[in-house]
Design a protein around this ligand. Sequence first.
Ligand code: MFK
Length: 552
Amino acid sequence: MAFIQDPPRLSNQYDDDPLLADHLARIAPEMAQAIASELRELGELAAGELYAQSLAERELEPVLTQWDPWGNRIDHIEVTPLWKRAAVIAAERGLVAAGYEPRWGEHARTHQFAMVHLLSPSLDFYSCPLAMTDGAARTLLDSEDPVVAPYVARLTSRDPARMWTSGQWMTERTGGSDVSQTETVARQADDGTWKLFGTKWFTSATTAEMALTLARPVGNAAGSRGLALFLVETRDAAGKLCGIEVNRLKDKLGTRKVPTAELTLAGAPAIQVGTGADGVKAITPMLTITRTWNSVGAVSAMRRGLAIARDYSKRRKAFGQLLADKPLHTDTLATLEAEYAGAFLLAFRLVELVGRRDHGSGTDQEERLLRALTPIAKLTTAKQAVAVVQETGECLGGAGYVEDTGVPRILADAHVLPIWEGTTNVLSLDTLRALGKGGAVEALAAEVEAHCRRATDPQLARPVAVARAARDHALAWAAAAMSEPAELEAGARRLALTFGRALELAYLCAHAQWCLDHDRGPRAAAAARRFACSAVDLIDDRAIGDTQLLTR
Ligand code: MFK
């Protein structure tokens, strides 16, 4: 009989990877114990029903119908069945709400993102509207505008019938990075109400019930200071879009289940939130939250790729042996596991800091750290995700290149992670912006040190030394480049990635020590040692001269 390859299968995604459980036990032992059965249930759902549905619906995509048969403009977007199911699961499981609930105090965000980590790779990027919904809730709360209370209640509800999602409409034809060029205009009527006029060029998850957006009130100054923050309710009570036309759904490389649209705002009624100016600053809480979701999404994508590649290695034979018994194959997998572990600890440290800030227990130093860690974690983990997911696909050979295995879609989707919510370069510049604030550099340096210090076992000595050396090189380079703005800007990506990788290694060392001390085995120490063999210090002191030689 002809040979038929046994396909890879997923096992319970909570039990499959000890890192999540170990991390929870380290930072919040009481919560870890209390939520273990919930997480195990979600791990089963993600590996079973939802994964199967996602594969079965592989070819389904959202459909925009602009006109009804009688000539009415309707702009209806029909999303996929899994997206409809995801909306119910997200509400009932509290994928946004859990971050705002008091039960776990400063660990509420860790609880929330542990669930997101397990579920999101099986939800066809429903994490996109959830990220923006979460970001909108935080932005509205931070605005302290009394008008927002009913909206926050909707966004953070656990009732599927009440929960709303929110969009984040910032990108215009003038630019997704340079938001200050926004052309949308806000006009105020005599009765004080506002209407928006303009074009939004990338609006993700356009099916949301509301959106936060930026517009320039007539008479306001140019630039980002003249922009104001607005809340748009997208539909009226009858479900008809209010002054909004959906021109087209984008034909994207990945995230194809996400209905990303080009919109015309043709007098969309809007509520002004906050002061009526400084809109970019007013929407920055959204950026912090969605960049946190992006970091966790990157880590979850790596986990999914690894789960498939690992399982496949136990089913696939080549040259007379299982791949799992082949030294080069397992060496490749080990390196990917170390990358994933570093990225996980960086993303979940960011989550921890967000939780402490939201709860009011964060220190001033942690506030500065959070500001710098947000772009660093986003840009570092996103690049790792693309690289790791590419390799995990390659672990399946040609099968990983064939669409109906579902594997290529993970890579296509991962490619969005370094782009949306700020490209790698824009976030590198944001890292400089953050480090320019007093005390931020010291907070980052101290963070690496505090975690290195915890690692006292001799087998962690080299990883600790590598993390410290990378940090010190980055600090010395930044101090020298400070007086040369062009040099500083040119090296911003290397600086941010070096901090990102040094932090990951320091977190790996501290986590490994805890695992050794608490009978959790030597796996994490192995990850730290393997990570220390990768490129951690990316600083290039001769970069400027070489750039000129290469591009002149
Ligand atoms: C897995 C799920 C993943 C999540 C899915 C989400 C899907 C969403 C799809 C999208 O919508 S993608 C579009 C997202 N767009 C962006 O991320 C915008 C990228 N561009 C930037 O981030 C630019 O850096 C920025 C627009 C913020 C630059 O704007 P400005 O106005 O030129 O910046 P400026 O003047 O330096 O800063 C204005 C104020 O904001 C300053 O405050 P101060 O006046 O008090 O100094 C800044 O310090 C502050 N600020 C800027 N960026 C900040 C910030 N504060 C905190 N955090 C930041 N990141």
